[in-house]
Design a protein around this ligand. Structure first.
Ligand SMILES: [Ca+2]
Ligand SMILES: [Ca+2]
Ligand SMILES: [Ca+2]
Length: 515
């Protein structure tokens, strides 16, 4: 099936592909990292226009700038509590401030729920105010920056039907700010995206970003300041040696997140390398508005797949992939010992039962061989996959009907062979009666290597075998939780569920990957 798919793709796209590869050679040197030459360092004059979401980060941002190579910069703020951009637009004080100086950037921050509300109530006054203010800002010779804010901690209590929870409100804010930026050709400071990363990857710390349900704590202010710093100075925030009042570890984590939001997702099919398969996916959607491959400019593209996306992809060609959406990755390349390391961080797995490392027997370097009796690997907690789109992949060889590749402790088997035939199956499903496991008709226990996967995009779950979708159904939520996993055993380590064979390269992403 894989061959057929590739043939169809290649046949129709060959001409474009050849052109793209020719172009790629010329653009391969393009680098989307931050500018770093000291001679390029320029002190800036920046005006912020907003409300308490701005004035609560003002002192932190000033300290970050003071501790940076840009300490001679001038930052001023017009940010009375509760102000909307519409109010600023009618404010003589704000308008004269815009005209009063030779600003490099003017940063606009809207009242926190306006960009989430339907056109009549929020979005159109937001767009209108951005357009009006931008006109004045551009006339004064400055560039417009939109300070994309974060969703309220528990959603919007005033409009629960629109933003019932944080994640929904954040998505609406991202959409609203993107559209506003598109209309006036503004730069986005993706602060809300950084908050979303923290809330997704470290839920407890994510709630600590708030001082109440709306405003930033000193932690939230520090994360925000790092993103604004990176946006305005085009500088790498991880080079700042400033922790403010945070622990060194937390400050370093927030700086790394502030950098990550500018790293594009170049490994489109989630297999750890940027190669021809990723390029084919991009070419397949050439000049279309396809979010899954619209990687440039980071962090969320610009609504079209074009030469800019190709340049970014090619700039990572053949390089190791640093994908911020890869939240856990057990390469299983160890040669000895009882620990399987997680290449994305600290979530190592304990190997029990006497499983045997196979350093030259894997599909991607080494793999682990399990005996089908009591061997498996036990991981630490991973973030709840049910809260957002997620994908999980593994390479497997061997196995028998009823055996499991990956299960959540005390919950569902995420990837397993069904008990009668050995077809790929998942038990991860929505809450409620009448919802069943998803069963494919593709046998994975035939003794050959297979790359198996489960993807939930927020509305559908799809099973993959060897990069081909083999089963799919609608599933608008999932029953998951923040918990550990068993690699190579069922969710209660029941006899008969232990995998007898090889497992390699287990990957979990917090995005919907199309393999
Ligand atoms: Ca790839
Ligand atoms: Ca693009
Ligand atoms: Ca491996």
């Amino acid at each position: 099936m894989k061959t057929t798919k590739s043939k169809i793709r290649c046949g129709g796209m060959l001409t474009i592909l050849v052109l793209a590869l020719g172009l790629a050679v010329e653009v391969a040197k393009t680098d989307f990292t931050f500018s770093e030459s000291p001679v390029e360092r320029k002190q800036l004059r920046v005006l912020f226009i907003g409300n308490s979401i701005t004035n609560r980060i003002q002192n932190t941002l000033d300290r970050v700038i003071q501790a940076s190579p840009y300490s001679e910069s001038t930052f001023e703020y017009v940010a009375p509590d509760g102000a909307t951009l519409q109010a600023h637009m009618y404010s003589e004080n704000t308008m004269s401030k815009i005209r009063s100086s030779d600003w490099d950037f003017v940063v606009l921050q809207e009242f926190s729920n306006r960009p989430t509300l339907p056109n009549g109530r929020g979005r159109s006054p937001f767009y209108e105010a951005v357009a009006n203010l931008s006109e004045a800002i551009k006339e004064s010779g400055a560039q417009v920056v939109l300070y994309m804010t974060w969703g309220r901690r528990d959603g919007d209590p005033q409009y629960p039907q629109i933003s019932p929870d944080y994640e929904t409100m954040q998505q609406l804010l991202i959409e609203g700010y993107r559209e506003a930026a598109r209309q006036v050709d503004a730069i986005i400071a993706p602060v809300g995206v950084a908050w979303q990363r923290v809330r997704r990857n470290k839920p407890e710390l994510g709630r600590q970003l708030y001082s109440d349900t709306i405003h930033p704590s000193y932690k939230g202010a520090f994360l925000t300041a790092c993103v604004l710093y990176a946006t305005l100075f085009d500088a790498d925030p991880t080079e700042l040696a400033f922790n403010d009042s945070l622990s060194a570890e937390e400050a370093a984590y927030f700086r790394s997140i502030a950098k990550e939001v500018f790293i594009p997702f170049v490994d489109l099919n989630g297999d750890g390398i940027v190669d021809i398969d990723d390029l084919l996916m991009l070419i397949e959607h050439w000049v279309q508005d396809e979010p899954s491959v619209d990687i440039a400019p980071p962090p969320f593209g610009d609504g079209i797949v074009d030469v800019q996306d190709l340049e970014v992809l090619m700039s990572y060609w053949g390089q190791p992939v640093d994908d911020p959406t890869l939240i856990a990755h057990w390469a299983l390349d160890e040669t000895e010992g009882m620990i399987a390391y997680d290449s994305t961080g600290t979530n190592f797995a304990f190997v029990i039962g006497g499983a045997v490392w196979q350093p030259s027997g894997g599909q991607v370097d080494g793999a682990i061989q399990l005996d089908g009796v009591d061997d498996c690997a036990i991981t630490g907690s991973i973030p709840n996959p049910a809260e957002r789109p997620f994908s999980v992949f593994a390479w497997v060889k061997g196995g028998a009907p009823g055996q499991a590749v990956l299960s959540q402790m005390g919950r569902a088997r995420w990837l397993c062979a069904d008990p009668s035939e050995g077809n790929l199956m998942t038990e991860l499903k929505a809450a409620g009666r009448g919802v069943n496991e998803l069963l494919s008709q593709t046998i994975i226990t035939d003794g050959n290597w297979h790359r198996i996967g489960l993807v939930w995009d927020g509305s559908h779950r799809t099973l993959y075998v060897d990069d081909v979708a083999v089963a799919e159904d609608a599933q608008d939520n999932l029953q998951g939780l923040e918990n550990g996993l068993y690699i190579g055993a069922g969710s209660a380590m029941e006899p008969g569920t232990f995998w007898f064979g090889l497992i390699d390269d287990v990957r979990i992403y917090n995005r919907a990957v199309t393999p």
